[in-house]
Design a binder for this molecule. Structure first.
Ligand SMILES: Cc1cc2nc3c(=O)[nH]c(=O)nc-3n(C[C@H](O)[C@H](O)[C@H](O)COP(=O)(O)OP(=O)(O)OC[C@H]3O[C@@H](n4cnc5c(N)ncnc54)[C@H](O)[C@@H]3O)c2cc1C
Length: 388
């Protein structure tokens, strides 16, 4: 059992089905009992993810959990969101691992792959026997991925890929990279087995954020692939952007988990910590901070739940995901900063989770569309005028 109770001021639990609660509680227990005891060790080593947990993550059905068939769990989007929330309650690096494997590697194969590609990769990715990464960002093109330099040139029924991808989660631990490249026909996606000659991945070190996650640079030098490695259904920038919508959806939920972890930690701490003859929690300024945290977490939960319902109805627009990702990551970061503040000096050491979540959330604010890029996506949606 987990000692984490969650935050449920508006009794949202009553809106969940038994299956949804079970999925959440199972992952909650796993995170408390099997992941959190390991996190300090991995945080102290930059770029170190507890790979031994991969089979267990697979056994829990957490890779491609909302996909159907090919060994995937086929959860609805509420259960999937709750699972992402619980993973990120552990660490954004843990949720990132599942998001990349499911939303950025398995989803594009599921949505755009040939039947042979699906049969070859999806069951093994779902089982955690193979790990994947998603190569879109380049050293000079992040927010504006459409400017990518990486090129794929067709030579008969083969392609030659050249370019560099940077900031790629799981690059050095992957068996397959989904690489997006410019071709004469527009942007296309390729499944690149990482043992293909000309492919190399190197870790990026020195991160203050997402330390329990592998972040890499990918180098492609005359990587030769058969046309069967191209995702046949993926045409144009729309294809990678649709994958990002999947992963961003999970992030909107995940950020709530990070915020809940910080809130719960500091709520307990402030009750026990005595300042000037009484508990810190009894001070008006503390209560104002705690109430802000509770209000924002509750609003974020309502937002995520509604977006999940709309996604399950098949009526989701990508700008709704932008709204949820932008808001929930923003409030989670504010919650983490306030929690760190209330923890005082204790807040700067890794015996407490708030600063770790705070530093992680700086990445989460930047990746999968920065906060400002989501502002511009929403700005375009409501005004009809593109400022991007
Ligand atoms: C730990 C980590 C893991 C990652 N994992 C992956 C991965 O697995 N795969 C992958 O492909 N990428 C990954 N990324 C990359 C991530 O998606 C990019 O960092 C992100 O898209 C932002 O790009 P950038 O860093 O180049 O910033 P830039 O695009 O240079 O943005 C810098 C600043 O400029 C602002 N800005 C940009 N354009 C505009 C504009 N038009 N108007 C106003 N402001 C603007 C941004 O909001 C931001 O504040 C990861 C990043 C990190 C940090």
């Amino acid at each position: 059992m987990s000692d984490f109770e969650g935050v449920d001021f508006l009794r949202l639990d009553e809106l969940l089905s038994d299956e949804e609660r079970l999925a959440r509680d199972t992952v909650r227990d796993f995170v408390s009992n099997e992941f959190l005891p390991l996190i300090q060790e991995h945080i102290r080593k930059d770029g170190s993810f507890p790979m031994d947990l991969v089979p267990k993550l697979a056994e829990l059905g957490l890779f491609g959990a909302n996909l159907h068939g090919y060994g995937c769990a086929g959860m609805n989007n509420v259960a999937y969101g709750l699972v992402m929330q619980e993973l990120e309650r552990g660490d954004s690096g843990l949720r990132s691992f599942a998001s990349v494997q499911g939303g950025l590697v398995m989803y594009p194969i599921h949505a755009y792959g040939s039947e042979a590609q699906k049969d070859e990769w999806l069951p093994r990715l779902a089982a955690g026997e193979k790990i994947g990464c998603f190569g879109l960002t380049e050293p000079d093109f992040g927010s504006h991925a459409g400017g990518m330099i990486t090129k794929a040139v067709r030579h008969g029924d083969h392609w030659l890929l050249n370019g560099t991808k940077r900031w790629i989660t799981n690059g050095t631990v992957s068996d397959v990279a989904v690489v997006w490249a410019r071709t004469e026909e527009g942007i296309r996606g390729f499944l690149v087995p990482t043992d293909t000659p000309g492919f190399e991945a190197r870790d990026i070190k020195g991160k203050f954020s997402l330390r329990a996650s592998v972040t890499s640079e990918l180098y492609l030098q005359d990587v030769e692939l058969a046309d069967t490695a191209r995702l046949p259904g993926a045409a144009g920038l729309q294809a990678p952007l649709s994958c990002l919508t999947q992963a961003r959806y999970g992030i909107a939920w995940g950020a709530i988990g990070a915020a809940m972890a910080c809130y719960e930690e500091v709520l307990h701490y402030s009750r026990d910590r005595i300042v000037q003859g009484g508990p810190l929690a009894g001070k008006q300024l503390t209560q104002e901070k705690l109430v802000f945290m509770l209000s924002e977490i509750t609003k974020a939960q309502l937002l995520a739940l509604r977006v999940a319902q709309i996604k399950d109805e098949g009526k989701l627009h990508h700008s709704m995901v932008s709204l949820a990702k932008r808001n929930n990551v923003d409030i989670a970061l504010q919650v983490a900063r306030l929690a760190r503040d209330l923890l005082g000096a204790n807040g700067i050491v890794d015996d407490y989770a708030a600063m770790r979540h705070m530093m992680n959330l700086e990445t989460v604010r930047t990746y999968e569309g920065t906060h400002d890029i989501h502002t511009l996506i929403l700005g375009k949606e409501i005004t009809g005028i593109a400022a991007l």
